[in-house]
Design a binder for this molecule. Structure first.
Ligand SMILES: [Zn+2]
Length: 507
């Protein structure tokens, strides 16, 4: 029986990786140690000794019995005992893995541990992807954290081969098939909210493995956590409560559009409403929402799926992405005929979304009358709080800012003479520490621009005016672009100019 522990994955993952001691952590995952406030004090052939803050905890007792049998001795420990033990044992992932690789690398048991620990550590570091890449005589393991790939360790080719075989077993893939790409899924036992989508790809030196971490524990996605200001939240709430029309999230791949839409659906979800989605892929599971995965092989495409959903008496529809004219025409028609439709579009900014719909053959009067709101966004990395320090801007960054007319204009709009005073200001930066793996950044947050078209903008759409004209009209009514929002977050010490420059390059 596969006993699953009701751990609050998200909350636990937010904490620092610490372990009671190495043996204990091998037998009992650190998430369990922290959730149950218990760890293994001793283990010998006669049984096991557990120290726990609350030995009477029924779920803990059940978990321990399930794993280690009935020969358990319990000791009560205090919260202080627990935290002092946790504090003194910061987990060193690289050393642990390299030890496993160098000690008799061929043993099956070590390979199982290497794979298991790598997956768990990727969750702990909130990596979005794990890459395993063969390069001649060795293979590199990299994690994508906050959008950037970081090397975690390298291993000899024979260890890599065994690791790939182990991953294929876990993901139900054919072990002896290495000439064709395969895809599968891993559901790690101790993380019932998190799984991995695994794909293999033949490359020059062997198979490359890429694993996407799918975290289903986004239960409490609040708008403020996404990085929206109170004013922006107010505008969004006013628009998602309308009975029909369209709400568009726009931005390039990896800009957090889907997460934003999920957060909105989460807010709307209640009995008495039929919410249906079409997605490719389904990124998180939302309880109470009918989610459908696009599957072209089964002829389930965005247009055919949307046609089917419309026969299912929906109130709210989310179409994962609009990228062709058939889908865009159908989705906007649904929004005109009494449904609230959420979708994403690949455009650089909010005003361009109207133009994109027109380019996809949606009639101008449909565009102007159905779109309630466009939310355009990017994700910027947040400064690591553990190593944040105030510094003056480096000349390199200062010059880069000066080269960007849009950023200079936004600074001038924020405060007169701000640009000339900029060199005197100090700003937070992350110096780099263990917590952020030396990068100075930890986790990400959105920078947003919200466009709610009014009568004037409706007319501009009907006249097929350019995105720039729409933007200037919107600015007269208080529209703020995402660069302005980004600069606000730089001054608040949340992110850096570097990040704003990098993510808004093509706006
Ligand atoms: Zn740090």
């Amino acid at each position: 029986m596969n006993f699953k522990i009701p751990i609050k994955v998200k909350a636990v993952l937010a904490d620092k990786a610490v372990l009671a001691n190495k043996e204990s952590s091998d037998l009992m995952p650190w998430e369990v140690i922290k959730e149950f406030k218990a760890f293994i004090l001793e283990k010998n052939p006669e049984g096991i000794k557990i120290g726990a803050v609350d030995p009477e905890n029924k779920s803990l007792q059940q978990y321990i019995r399930q794993r280690f049998g009935d020969n358990v001795t319990w000791s009560r420990i205090t919260e202080e005992d627990l935290s002092s033990i946790l504090k003194n044992h910061t987990y060193d992932f690289k050393t642990d893995i390299l030890e496993l690789i160098s000690n008799s690398p061929a043993t099956n048991n070590n390979i199982i541990k290497i794979v298991d620990k790598t997956i768990k550590y990727s969750f702990n570091k909130k990596a979005s992807d794990i890459h395993i890449e063969p390069i001649k005589n060795e293979a590199v393991v990299r994690f994508r954290i906050d959008g950037t790939l970081q090397t975690m360790f390298t291993m000899p080719i024979n260890v890599y081969q065994a690791v790939v075989a182990r991953i294929k077993i876990l993901a139900n893939l054919k072990i002896d098939e290495y000439r064709f790409p395969q895809d599968g899924r891993i559901e790690p036992e101790d993380f019932y909210n998190t799984s991995l989508r695994v794909s293999t790809m033949p490359t020059l030196f062997g198979e490359k493995i890429a694993m996407r971490v799918l975290d289903d524990s986004h239960k409490n996605l609040s708008l403020s956590k996404l990085g929206l200001s109170e004013e922006q939240e107010r505008i969004i709430l006013g628009n998602i409560e309308k009975p029909f029309g369209m709400v568009i999230a726009s931005g390039p791949t990896g800009s957090g559009k889907t997460t934003t839409l999920y957060a909105l659906l989460q807010l709307l979800k209640k009995d008495g409403l039929n919410i249906s989605t079409l997605e490719d892929p389904i990124e998180y599971i939302l309880m109470g929402v009918n989610q459908t995965q696009i599957n072209p092989r089964a002829k389930l495409t965005f247009p055919s799926g949307l046609r089917a959903i419309l026969r299912q008496d929906p109130d709210i529809i989310m179409v994962g992405e609009i990228r062709d004219s058939e889908t865009s025409v159908m989705a906007t028609n649904a929004a005109m005929t009494g449904h609230l439709v959420f979708t994403t579009i690949h455009t650089n900014d909010a005003p361009s979304s109207f133009i994109r719909l027109l380019e996809m053959k949606v009639e101008d009067f449909v565009v102007s009358s159905t779109v309630n709101l466009v939310i355009a966004q990017r994700l910027v990395r947040k400064i690591c709080k553990s190593c944040a320090k105030k510094r003056k801007l480096s000349p390199a960054i200062f010059n880069k800012i000066m080269e960007r007319k849009d950023i200079v204009a936004a600074l001038e709009k924020r405060k007169e003479n701000l640009v000339s005073e900029l060199e005197k200001h100090t700003f937070y930066v992350g110096a780099g520490c263990e917590e952020c793996l030396g990068t100075g950044y930890l986790s990400r947050i959105g920078i947003f621009e919200l466009l709610q078209p009014n009568k004037e903008i409706h007319d501009l759409i009907l006249r097929h005016e350019s995105a720039d004209v729409i933007k200037s009209a919107a600015e007269k009514n208080g529209f703020q672009d995402m660069i302005t929002d980004g600069i606000e977050k730089v001054f608040k010490g949340i992110t850096t100019f570097d990040e704003v420059l990098r993510t808004t390059k093509n706006v």
